[in-house]
Design a protein around this ligand. Structure first.
Ligand code: ADP
Length: 331
């Protein structure tokens, strides 16, 4: 195979040594709109990897390329050593995909849905029967095998989707915004199932999300903004890179916030970020700093908060703007 020659030993072919997902200069444009801009990173075996980004950051585009539904404009996406664009069939055999939209037939039973899915992958007979039992046990739905999907709760239906994605024993599982529409309890459950797959079957899981609290569950994250990789690492590492405390001062107007930012900058030799009515900065021993600022500029500060850095702070630090724009909040 011509493409094999280009692979590094670690990612050659399919097998235990192959890198689950490896992007190299991956770029995609829709005409004049650049959706993915030279992305290069890896997803390791047995990790839950999150693609975190606001709307329009390129998550869906990347998800489609990894699922072999779209060919990138340039660069490569390899899954278990196979090029998603050139060897889509080899990739498809090895990945499980859970789309955001429902793909099960709610008029059929849980078992029937999985049987049809198994047939698509060439499974049948006792082998398929055994596999259906295994995957349903994994997602704790074996006792619902004969129920129509429509009789199940939203969380259970999502777990049927997960079981469907697992039927052919994939080594890599891709999930697009998997907890959308689920209540908090069902969300926690779903994450627990994903962790079980990681821990007991060494499956590599890639999850797209636009929710910071979801991203916190991931082992590592790629944070995307306008098609670019802005940060890569574990949630904890990314937050610790910021350092001390995040201090936010609110002013009554954006103009006063700008003035406060400027005065803090020249007085304390720091680089605050002014966003609307707030002035944010990172500082060791934030509470002491707050006291100094309030003493120095008493009339300008309306309210104050001191907190440990969040993923939102990571995003702001790397992009200079908020994760959620006003327009997105109104959606
Ligand atoms: P996300 O999933 O993070 O919201 P997308 O991958 O859907 O991001 O979109 C990335 C960028 O590509 C956005 O600017 C979006 O408007 C644009 N885009 C997405 N799909 C299309 C399309 N079919 N045609 C033109 N532009 C598109």
């Amino acid at each position: 195979m011509a493409t094999m020659a280009h692979r590094s030993p670690a990612s050659t072919g399919h097998g235990t040594g192959a890198v689950p997902i490896e992007l190299d200069g991956l770029t995609h444009d829709y005409g004049s709109r650049l959706a993915l801009d030279h992305l290069s990173f890896r997803v390791n075996r047995g990790e839950i990897f999150g693609l975190l980004g606001p709307n329009g950051s390129g998550k869906t585009t990347l998800f489609r390329i990894l699922s072999t539904l779209m060919i990138p404009s340039s660069g490569t996406a390899r899954i278990l050593g196979f090029d998603a664009a050139r060897e889509p069939n080899r990739v498809r055999e090895r990945i499980g995909i859970v789309f955001q939209a429902r793909s099960v037939d709610i008029k059929l039973t849980v078992g029937e849905n999985l049987k049809h899915q198994g047939h698509l992958y060439g499974l049948g007979g006792n082998r398929l029967k055994k596999r259906i039992h295994e995957v349903l046990e994994r997602v704790a739905l074996l006792d619902r095998i004969n129920d129509n999907v429509e009789e199940l709760s939203g969380g259970m239906q999502r777990r049927v989707e997960l079981a469907k994605g697992l039927i052919h024993s994939p080594e890599v599982l891709l999930l697009d915004e998997p907890t959308t529409g689920l209540d908090p309890g069902a969300r926690i459950d779903l994450w627990q199932y994903l962790r079980t797959l990681r821990d007991e079957e060494n499956i590599s899981v890639l999850v797209t999300t636009h929710l910071m609290e979801e991203a916190e569950h991931c082992d590592r994250l790629a944070i995307l903004n306008m098609g670019q990789l802005v940060a890569l690492g574990s949630p904890l590492d990314l937050k610790s890179e910021i350092g001390g405390d995040m201090v936010t001062f609110e002013a009554t107007t954006p103009e006063l916030a700008a003035e406060l930012g400027e005065r803090i900058r020249s007085r304390f030799v720091v680089e605050p970020t002014v966003l609307g009515k707030s002035v944010r900065l990172e500082r060791e021993e934030g509470h002491r700093f707050v006291a100094q600022v309030v003493e120095a500029f008493p009339g300008l500060v309306e309210s104050i908060s001191v907190a440990k850095p969040s993923l939102e702070d990571v995003f702001i630090q790397h992009t200079g703007h908020r994760f959620w724009t006003e327009a997105q909040n109104e959606e």
